[in-house]
Design a protein around this ligand. Structure first.
Ligand code: NAD
Length: 292
């Protein structure tokens, strides 16, 4: 058996096209243009690439992109003042502070200074709490993208055994919350977990967010399982995921490739969240199909 490929790139392209249509309708019907502000502190090469591609994708769906750069040695007070200005700016519907921040800054303090309704990354304590308690939240982009791919593939997730490998605030924890809200039976594994292969073999859904190249082995996968590989690891052989793709593909029912799986969904979901935030700011109904 060879697993079906879950084409995140194609799914994300369709999603972006739908978002572009809804942006055009907002402009035509309400004279509103959603705006996304991205803040980059310092010169980190990978972060600069992410910020540039986020800006490009924003403009491509017809939204306004605002980019702000601060030097690596900027005092935290300068960054907080910028966030406050963006919080108060009606042209800005979404604010994203690119992580990681320089070591002298308190990441949690900066993130939590973002107005929750503009927190399109969904990283503020308020949005994390809303997600965990089943209230309307801004949901972190990567897990939201994974959820969309899973629902597209499986329909209802109710009663399925889901294993999330990784417990970060950015991926693992919100992923587990989303799966739980969809009535999956969720296990969260991490660096201290015992018998990960055994847990994996019982899972109908595996979401791997570990950050180790080809960590999840093919013979850990339950035949027919759906495997979502969040990992992005740079190796001599190029970009690889957290799953040993070739071996897992021979056993799984469906699997995301790296690249071309989860990655493109993350940016598409950032645009989805910006559109949702814009609609909510104007008292309009949530755009369809973009929220959990
Ligand atoms: P992280 O380093 O914050 O978390 C990694 C998690 O893996 C930790 O919770 C840790 O407990 C767990 N872990 C480490 N070793 C383990 C082991 N031996 N067994 C089981 N669990 C173990 O990473 P993150 O920010 O959650 O990112 C995870 C991966 O996803 C990285 O490769 C990152 O690049 C990638 N990522 C991709 C996207 C995307 O858009 N595709 C977005 C965010 C992160």
């Amino acid at each position: 058996m060879t697993a079906e490929l879950i084409d995140g790139k194609a799914f994300a392209a369709t999603l972006r096209a739908r978002i572009a249509e809804q942006v055009a309708r907002l402009r035509a019907d309400h004279a509103i243009t959603p705006g996304l502000a991205v803040v980059l502190v310092g010169e980190d090469a990978a972060s600069s690439v992410y910020v540039r591609s986020k800006g490009k994708a924003t403009v491509e769906v017809g939204m306004e992109s605002f980019q702000h750069r601060l030097p690596a040695d900027a005092p935290q007070a300068d960054l907080l003042a910028l966030v406050e200005r963006l919080n108060a700016d009606p042209a800005v519907n979404g604010i994203l502070v690119q992580l990681p921040l320089p070591a002298h800054m308190d990441e949690a303090a900066v993130i939590n200074a973002i107005a929750p309704e503009k927190d399109v990354d969904g990283f503020t304590v308020l949005n994390a709490g809303r997600l965990a308690t089943g209230q309307k939240a801004m949901v972190p982009c990567t897990p939201l993208g994974c959820l969309m791919l899973l629902r597209d593939r499986l329909g209802s997730l109710a009663g399925l055994n889901a294993l999330v490998i990784g417990r970060s605030n950015i991926v693992g924890k919100p992923m587990a919350q989303l799966l739980l809200a969809d009535s999956a039976t969720v296990t969260v594994a991490h660096s201290r977990t015992r018998d990960l292969p055994g847990l994996c073999r019982r899972a109908d859904i595996v979401v791997a967010a570990v950050g180790r190249a080809r960590f999840v082995q093919g013979d850990w996968i339950k035949p027919g399982a759906t495997v979502i590989d969040v990992g992005i690891n740079r190796t001599d052989a190029g970009l690889v995921g957290d799953v040993d793709f070739d071996a897992a593909r021979a056993v799984a029912g469906a699997i995301t490739p790296v690249p071309g799986g989860v990655g493109p969904m993350t940016i598409a979901c950032l645009l989805a969240n910006t559109l949702t935030a814009t609609a909510r700011a104007r008292g309009l109904p949530d755009p369809r199909g973009l929220t959990p």
